[in-house]
Design a protein around this ligand. Structure first.
Ligand code: PLP
Length: 388
């Protein structure tokens, strides 16, 4: 039994707090890089639920482990031991910064944990963030997201945040001995796939080393293999003091994590932070599988190669002015006069290609990492058909 799209739109109008501008499509099934709507039409998914389905829709290993764990133990709280959460914490720490892990239910909660950690390490310290950054919608994360349209309606925000231009000198001037953290996305995702230059990352590292502030990388979108290494920081010369992950970590289920290096591993003390659901056995089991799949060196090498293939093909599309990004985290800037929001909608409705506009000028492409060469070529030819 499936409700029609019109019935869902009626329910939305009456009962859903209208925070989302949904596209007029109801998805009912997914497999790999494909989605199907309620009319049985097949779509090529080059958004992957905004970089959540890095392992593809309904990966058989994720489905199997979730079914099995759900039938055995779904929840116990963090008052007791469960194996998946602690095995996942170990895997996350070993795969990156070598310290300790706090599990969460989402990206924004991972950011909250990172902010609390930084303030706990340097009490009352300020948090420095970059213009065009995006870190989430809860109050701490929102206060770290210096965008007028997102912040202004919800003032007053959390005090002690300072936004700075993406410029090494400007950054060096604001980071001081009262700074608790510099928080940044190595590639800014929500604001159009802006790769931060190596000099800026080096300047952030140097400023934190000079002052003792914590360098925090938000890898919620860039992590889990998206850029061709498990974590984006691996392709830079900079190692952060802590990182956040979420989105693709759960293989389609909601989970996030704060991962520290050794220096910050024991800053938070018993009772200082917590979450009822975080690290539950079902999501943690799914995450162990997703992390295993996304750390495979063969898959990561393929992501780098496929990213180059997709970037090169996109550059040949008539309405594309510029291609940006790394691995399979790519954006296209459109030639002047082409509206990205309208184009993404036409791609969905006319070509059954799922992509997303991050602004009126830019479209983002983040397919599942298991995408094939043939699917990449097919997606590009569907985009080209929109130019005809
Ligand atoms: N940080 C980054 C870089 C993100 O891209 C997002 C989500 O788009 C978030 C934080 C917030 O994550 P969530 O939507 O899971 O709260």
């Amino acid at each position: 039994m499936t409700a029609s799209l019109e019935q869902l739109q009626d329910l939305e109008r009456q009962y859903a707090i209208p925070t989302y501008a949904r596209n007029p499509v109801q998805f009912v099934r997914g497999e790999g890089v494909r989605l199907w709507d309620d009319e049985g039409r097949e779509y090529l998914d080059f958004l992957a639920g905004i970089s959540v389905l890095n392992v593809g829709h309904c990966h058989p290993r994720v489905v199997e482990v979730v079914r099995e764990q759900m039938g055995r133990l779904s929840h116990a709280t963090n008052l007791y031991y469960t194996e998946p959460a602690l095995r996942l914490s170990a895997r996350l720490a070993q795969s990156s910064l070598g310290g300790k892990v706090f599990l969460t239910n989402s990206g924004t909660e991972a950011i909250e944990a990172a902010l609390k950690l930084a303030r706990r390490a340097r009490p009352r310290g300020k948090i420095v963030v970059f213009h065009d950054g995006f870190h989430g919608r809860t109050y701490g994360a929102l206060s770290a997201t210096p965008q007028e349209s997102k912040q202004a309606p919800f003032a007053p925000l959390v005090p002690g945040f300072e936004a700075v231009a993406k410029d090494p000198e400007a950054l060096g001037a604001v980071v001081d001995s009262d700074t608790a953290a510099v928080l940044l996305e190595p590639i800014q995702g929500e604001t159009g796939i802006n790769v931060l230059p190596e000099e800026l990352l080096q300047a952030a590292r140097a400023a934190c080393d000079r002052t003792g502030a914590a360098l925090l990388f938000d890898e919620i979108q860039t992590g889990m293999g998206r850029t061709g290494t498990l974590w984006a920081y691996e392709q830079t010369g900079v190692v952060p003091d802590a990182l956040t992950t979420a989105k693709a970590l759960g293989g389609g289920l909601p989970i996030g994590a704060l991962v520290t290096g050794q220096r910050l591993a024991d800053v938070l003390r018993p009772g200082e932070h917590g979450s009822t659901f975080a690290g539950g056995p079902v999501v943690a089991s799914a995450a162990l599988v997703a992390l295993d799949i996304c750390s495979d060196p063969e898959l990561l090498a393929r992501v780098r190669g496929l990213g180059e293939r997709l970037a090169a093909a996109l550059a040949e599309v008539p309405f594309v002015a510029r291609v940006r990004g790394r691995g399979l985290m790519l954006a296209i800037d459109l030639v002047e006069g082409t509206d990205a929001v309208a184009l993404a909608r036409r791609a969905l409705l006319e070509q059954r290609l799922v992509v997303n506009a991050t602004s009126p000028a830019t479209i983002r492409l983040e397919p599942p990492l298991i995408v094939s060469e043939a699917e990449i070529d097919e997606a590009v030819s569907r985009l080209k058909a929109l130019a005809a």
